[in-house]
Design a protein around this ligand. Structure first.
Ligand SMILES: [Zn+2]
Length: 359
């Protein structure tokens, strides 16, 4: 049954399609401006090129894709460390593309609390920086959600045992790129009011309803405490902190902690459904937000350019199971686009290639 008049329900006479079958085609005729290449060169701070780094041919094909999108620099956020990181950094340096890719280092969070852990973890980070890492990242979502300490308890994001590692990040002047939690809906009951019901049904590993997981609010509180208690470290919280659907709350963190930056990967559906609020947010915090894409699918980047650069209305998002709604362009001014696309990333990352960018 469904409401057809106030307080009056009707039953559809035709067979009701399932959620995966109903795909109405919009009849709206309006201006379309596809944007295959970004207007200014871009730093992708949330790169996961994975196996493309392993061979010269893979690297060449990565660069070819990045060229077609106008992404000039990719930060590899695969949390590499040790030999793996050194191999990747050496391969990039030996290639013709040395200024096109940089690597971030993962932190060794396993075994926190066991004897000698902090000395080993700090020494590893120092070695990774020597090998070419220009920052820390991505600290993956398991931090807070599932990583355990040596005694079996959950490693809290603001656990004091991590202090030596944070001190090292501050001393080495490394930006720290950190993914905390996941969309709040992943922690909520999986019912027909949940905006991510279809996604939760498709992906079993995104369900955090059971007791073994902390609540979303708990993770956010620990994260904010970590950020506020380490003002010397520049933190970049991935995915707009998973608060792009509540920019007012997220703004409070940015206002309270000037050392906090963020990145827009995988939350385009939330910016594009509130074009006026998202425009004003990105203008107000224009010095604090970086571009990042996350999952490396070259055909998905142009959706970001279109949302950021155009005034287009009511167009599709690239993953129907994330968002049952359409997107709208934010029409950001050039000065904001440049900061979002590359200037903020370069400022935060002194070891990134700094020359040859437009002024
Ligand atoms: Zn990531």
């Amino acid at each position: 049954m469904t409401e057809v008049r106030p307080n009056s329900c009707g039953r559809p006479e035709l067979p009701v399609p399932s959620i995966v079958d109903y795909r109405p085609v919009s009849t709206l005729v309006t201006a379309e401006h596809k944007v295959p290449r970004a207007k200014f060169p871009v730093v992708d701070y949330h790169g996961h090129p994975q196996q493309l780094l392993n061979t010269p041919e893979g690297l060449a094909s990565l660069i070819k894709s990045l060229d077609s999108l106008n992404v000039r620099l990719m930060m590899v956020a695969d949390a590499m460390t040790g030999d793996r990181l050194k191999r990747a950094a050496d391969a990039i340096n030996a290639s013709p593309y040395r200024d096109r890719v940089r690597v971030l280092a993962g932190l060794s969070l396993q075994g926190v609390g066991s004897p000698g852990w902090s000395e080993r973890a700090v020494a590893q980070l120092e070695a990774d920086v020597k090998a070419g890492a220009v920052g820390v990242g991505e600290i993956m979502k398991g931090f807070g959600l599932s990583i355990r300490k040596a005694d079996g308890s959950r490693l809290r994001i603001d656990d004091p045992a991590l202090e030596p590692l944070w001190e090292a990040c501050a001393r080495l002047n490394l930006p720290v790129f950190i993914h905390t939690a996941d969309p709040a809906e992943f922690f909520q009951p999986i019912d027909y009011k949940n905006e991510r019901w279809l996604e939760l049904s498709l992906f079993g590993d995104r369900r955090y309803q059971s007791e073994q997981y902390p609540r979303f609010e708990e993770l956010i509180a620990e994260r904010d405490h970590l950020f506020k208690s380490h003002p010397k470290i520049k933190f970049i919280t991935a995915h707009l902190g998973w608060q792009a659907n509540d920019l007012g709350t997220f703004s409070k963190l940015l206002d309270a902690a000037p050392n906090v930056y963020s990145e827009v990967g995988a939350v385009l559906y939330d910016l594009g459904r509130q074009p006026r609020a998202a425009h004003d947010f990105l203008v107000k915090y224009q010095d604090r937000i970086l571009f990042g894409k996350d999952s490396f699918q070259p055909e998905e980047y142009p959706y970001y350019w279109r949302v950021f650069e155009t005034r287009d209305e009511y167009f599709d998002y690239y993953r129907p199971y994330h968002a049952f709604w359409k997107l709208y362009g934010l029409d950001l001014p050039d000065v904001v686009l440049k900061k979002l696309y590359y200037q903020n990333a370069l400022k935060l990352t002194p070891a990134a290639p700094q020359s040859g960018w437009p002024r």
